[in-house]
Each structure stands twice: as structure tokens, then as C-alpha cells.
Design a protein around this ligand. Structure first.
Ligand SMILES: Cc1cc2nc3c(=O)[nH]c(=O)nc-3n(C[C@H](O)[C@H](O)[C@H](O)COP(=O)(O)OP(=O)(O)OC[C@H]3O[C@@H](n4cnc5c(N)ncnc54)[C@H](O)[C@@H]3O)c2cc1C
Length: 321
């Protein structure tokens, strides 16, 4: 039995762990991976106090700080959360079937890359289908690859890939590429880059490794095969709140609705970071929300045990006036 379980091992998850563990709580962080979106971020230049830092390096530092205060960490995907209410604990079930229990819960599961949703994608994830050019581009040196997507995220990925790939196709469903003009200019000035317009991916091909894709020409309806060894899906990010559907209040974008103290519609359940309904999504904002969530969870647990909870400094200041 833990005091607090934190779902998500990104900036928010480990910051929440740091603040909760420093209050003496027994804390477990469960995350599908280490780092979350920080893995996709080569360099962060707007985290206060750190002029430049690699995304993953930042998360590793926060994790080390949390572990110094006793927070535990498990790599696993959470597949189910149940909240029976009242004083009953939360149950967190992992994809491997392990079950964990805690009196408080902090959801910090962030955002994940949007899938293409075509046959072959799931089977070939990590075998030629990638969602992170920053991580995987060097694996495609002198190979033929495709980027699916047309925004700034896709352009960033394509620029990175164009440095390694022999040939790079960029697939657009229209006759346009919607990225920032400066990015487009840099990209289409390169001899190995080709924009394939009016094209929609129908299927990803390959046995154990990507060998190509079926694409449909949206003008003529014709379907053809394009031989590629790698496919980078760059369609932006979505919040996947399946594990708490019908458990906690979500908005129409599946963001967890939070109050000013990061509490949710379920007593004892808090949320922080990119998965919440707060307007802006940045590392420092995730960290700030996570600190609030952890302190609010501590306050909740102390009151549940009949204690006085955590009095806010601000209340004290007002009383003194
Ligand atoms: C390309 C890119 C560049 C960026 N550049 C900057 C920048 O320069 N400056 C800046 O401040 N911000 C930047 N950001 C945004 C910043 O990275 C995010 O705001 C921040 O990392 C979000 O942290 P988080 O912990 O809330 O969520 P995430 O980083 O999304 O972490 C969520 C964690 O939860 C895990 N998870 C999800 N579902 C489950 C589940 N079911 N079970 C278990 N674990 C689960 C994930 O695997 C991950 O570990 C950038 C983002 C991207 C994508």
C-alpha cells in the first residue's frame, strides 16, 4: 500500500514524486517509459535556471532528486484505474497484471503521438514505424523513408531526417505543406526531399520490418505502393485518457478537468501536466502543476487521517494583516 501512486514518468510525474516524497509520503511512480515527451525534445531553452538542457537529461535529474527522497519507480503501462470512493484506496493495474494500491493518486500521463490508424501500423511500431525523428533519424542513414504530416512538427522531423536519409518523401493529403515558410524553404531546397501531394496512407507493408506503404491518390482514387524502409508519423499529439474514462471528469478533448489545487472530480485523485485542462503545455508548467498536486495530495491524506493538513503560507499572511 502506497500513500500516493503517480501515473506517468515525465516532468510532471517525477516533480510530483519529488514534492510528495519530501513530505515523507510513500510514493510510487508508474510510467510507460522514462521521460515522456522530453524524449522528443532535443534541447529545452526556456526552463528557468537552466539556459539549455536536453529534455531527457532534465527528466533524469528530476527523477534522481525524487529517488533521493525515497520515491520508487516502475516501468509499466497502466491499463486500469479503479476508484471506489470514500476512504477506499485506489487500485492501479498494470498491463502485465500487477496491482498496486494507494490512498491518493496523481495522474500525470501527458500526451502521446497521434496514430495514423491504418493496418500494419501497430504490428510494425518500432520496426520501421516511428513517432520520433529526434530519437530514430540516425538509424535511417542512406535509407528511403517517408514522413506523414504537414505541420511544423512534421517539418522539424523531416529536416532532421533529410540529413541522414538517401531519399525522403513527405506525404500530404492536399497539394500544400503547411509548415512555417522558413522551415519549408530549408526543406524543399534539398535534393533528397520530395513532396507527394494528394496522398493518403492506406496500409503499412512489411513482415517483421517496414518494406513500404500503400498510398491512395485522393484526386484520382488510384492506389499504389511506395517502397520505404521507415515511416515517421508526425501528426501531432493526443491525450489518451482511456484508463480513467467514466472514472473522473474529462473535457471534450479528454483532458482531465482540474481545480486550482489540481484536484479532480474524484476526492483523493489529482492531476498535473499536459494531461490536464490547463491552457498551456510546457515543461515548467507541468512541473509547477505537479508540485501543487503533490502538496494538495499531502494535505488530503493528512486530513483523511484526522490531522490538520497543510496550511497555505498565503492564508497565514492574510491572517497576520
Ligand atoms: C517536440 C517537442 C518539443 C518541445 N519543446 C519544449 C520546450 O522547448 N520547452 C518546454 O517547456 N516544453 C517543450 N515541449 C513540451 C514539454 O515537453 C511538455 O510540456 C512536458 O514534457 C510534458 O510533461 P508531462 O510530464 O506533463 O507529460 P509527458 O511528457 O507526456 O509524460 C507523460 C508520461 O506518462 C506516461 N504514460 C502515458 N500513459 C501511460 C499509461 N497508461 N501508463 C503509464 N504511463 C503512461 C508516458 O509514457 C510518459 O512517461 C516540447 C514537446 C515536444 C513534443
Amino acid at each position: 500500500m502506497y500513500d500516493v501512486i503517480i501515473v506517468g514518468a515525465g516532468v510532471a510525474g517525477f516533480t510530483a514524486a519529488l514534492f510528495a516524497a519530501r513530505r515523507g509520503l510513500k510514493v510510487l511512480v508508474i510510467g510507460k517509459d522514462l521521460g515522456g515527451q522530453a524524449n522528443y525534445t532535443d534541447l529545452i531553452e526556456n526552463y528557468p535556471g537552466l539556459e539549455q538542457i536536453g529534455g531527457l537529461e532534465l527528466v533524469k535529474k528530476i527523477r534522481a532528486q525524487a529517488q533521493n527522497y525515497g520515491a520508487e519507480f516502475v516501468i509499466s503501462e497502466v491499463s486500469k484505474i479503479s476508484a471506489k470512493g470514500g476512504n477506499l484506496p485506489f487500485f492501479v493495474v498494470s498491463a502485465y497484471g500487477s496491482q498496486y494500491k494507494a490512498q491518493g493518486l496523481i495522474l500525470a500521463y501527458g500526451k502521446t503521438p497521434r496514430d495514423l490508424g491504418v493496418p500494419g501500423e501497430n504490428e510494425l511500431k518500432g520496426r520501421g514505424v516511428s513517432y520520433c525523428a529526434n530519437c530514430d533519424a540516425p538509424l535511417y542513414k542512406n535509407k528511403t523513408v517517408a514522413v506523414v504530416g504537414v505541420g511544423d512538427i512534421a517539418a522539424d522531423a523531416a529536416l532532421m531526417l533529410s540529413k541522414y536519409a538517401k531519399k525522403l518523401y513527405i506525404l500530404s493529403k492536399t497539394d500544400k505543406f503547411n509548415a512555417h515558410p522558413a522551415l519549408s524553404k530549408a526543406l524543399f531546397g534539398k535534393a533528397n526531399v520530395e513532396l507527394v501531394i494528394w496522398s493518403q496512407v492506406q496500409q503499412i507493408l512489411g513482415e517483421n520490418q517496414v518494406s513500404g506503404m500503400k498510398i491512395q491518390d485522393l484526386k484520382t482514387g488510384k492506389i499504389r505502393e511506395l517502397a520505404v524502409e521507415g515511416i515517421f508519423v508526425e501528426l501531432g499529439y493526443v491525450i489518451n485518457s482511456k484508463i480513467v474514462q467514466n472514472v473522473v471528469e474529462l473535457d471534450e478533448q479528454e483532458q482531465i478537468v482540474v481545480n486550482a489545487d489540481q484536484s479532480t472530480s474524484v476526492p483523493g485523485m489529482f492531476a498535473a501536466g499536459d494531461a490536464t485542462s490547463s491552457l498551456y503545455k510546457q515543461a515548467v508548467i507541468s512541473a509547477g502543476e505537479a508540485a501543487t498536486a503533490a502538496l494538495a495530495a499531502y494535505d488530503y491524506l493528512m486530513r483523511q487521517k484526522g490531522g490538520v493538513g497543510l496550511t497555505s503560507d498565503w492564508t497565514q499572511i492574510k491572517k497576520l494583516k
